[in-house]
Design a protein. Structure first.
Length: 100
């Protein structure tokens, strides 16, 4: 049984890492867009931005519903990343405990 569960937990940890990077890239892209460093009329940038928005917005929207209004400062990506890191740590410890 360990032969299947431990690799699946490892894969889940890697997917969480990938999602964390997608959130970070989304934050950086939103800053670059806000300061007119990148042009959203560029098709590639527009498609990447759309993909990242569709991938991260459902989770960020749920967090924003519980967060107080901070006057234009959105810390929901930070909360999401910290939550994902906590889940990733739990998955890693579970995989270690099952594999040991």
């Amino acid at each position: 049984m360990d032969v299947f569960i431990v690799p699946l937990l490892g894969l889940l940890g890697k997917l969480i890492s990938l999602y964390i990077w997608v959130v970070v890239i989304g934050v950086i892209l939103s800053w670059l867009t806000a300061f007119n460093v990148v042009n959203m009329s560029n098709q590639f940038v527009s498609q990447v931005s759309y993909f990242i928005f569709r991938a991260t917005e459902p989770a960020l929207k749920r967090i924003r519903n519980f967060m107080p209004n901070l006057g234009g400062i959105d810390i929901s990506p930070v909360v999401l990343i910290l939550g994902l890191m906590a889940v990733q740590e739990m998955v890693g410890r579970l995989a270690y405990r099952i594999g040991a």
